[in-house]
Design a protein around this ligand. Sequence first.
Ligand SMILES: [Zn+2]
Length: 288
Amino acid sequence: MTVYSTIPSTPSEKIMQTSTVSKMSVAFALLIAPAGAFASQPLVSDEFKMIFRVGNATVPSGYTLPTNVLDYPKHVDIGFPVVNEGGVLEFEPHWHNETDSVEYEPGEAHGSVTYTRNRPVGAMWDFIGVGSGNSFFNLRSSPPDLSNQHLYLGWATEESQDQLSSFDVWNPGDARANTPGQWTRLQLNSVTGPDGSAAPGVFSMWQTNDDLSLTVWMTSNDGVSAADALFVDGAVHTHKAVGFSAAGIYELNFQASTVLIPEPATLGAMMLGAGVLLRRVRREKSRG
Ligand SMILES: [Zn+2]
């Protein structure tokens, strides 16, 4: 930085100086590029709340259940796509009622869960939060029929399709998602009862694989941690099994995230920032 200790004073020299600073800004930006300018950019949603009424639970007085009821035999997805909102990429979490082609804000609808089945035997099922053979509330991953009358609940990023060119390729490094891909992570932040009160039971989400092994994506049976997350690669529409261990009103708080490729505008801003930094250094030198 000693190059700035001699400040030119004639107008022509000032023009040269500006040009030099400009070139230096570019050089400086390129110099720091590996550390910042070209690094991938995490995109994280605000926390959003999806409410489920399980077992026709009594609604506490003073509590307002979101109006629209999503129940059997509807096909409903919880969407958490990235959309372009006036030039800004952002998550747009919502309920997507595929049956009626209607979308709702998270706070405009609630899921209704009344279908029950008995928990299979085996410790691998403990995450559901009830004992072997005991009944729990369930949304199956297969479509409902007359003997399985459940809301058909899915999880979708398919509306991210138009923004996928902005998605970076990364590896979550999670045992359940351990390959490079355009991943979106749906993190379960907390499970509570109405207005943040104690949860009435355990919420869980899982899938049964072709080899009959289980992949547990989320369970509040052992508390909620970073491990309680669903990963989907690209613009996806998928259905998983869901469990609630007891009747009640559940507030599920989620947060979606992905990683974006830095945009040219962002690079430009960072280079401008580097230029400002250099000019500030020079000004301080000239003062001293
Ligand atoms: Zn679906």
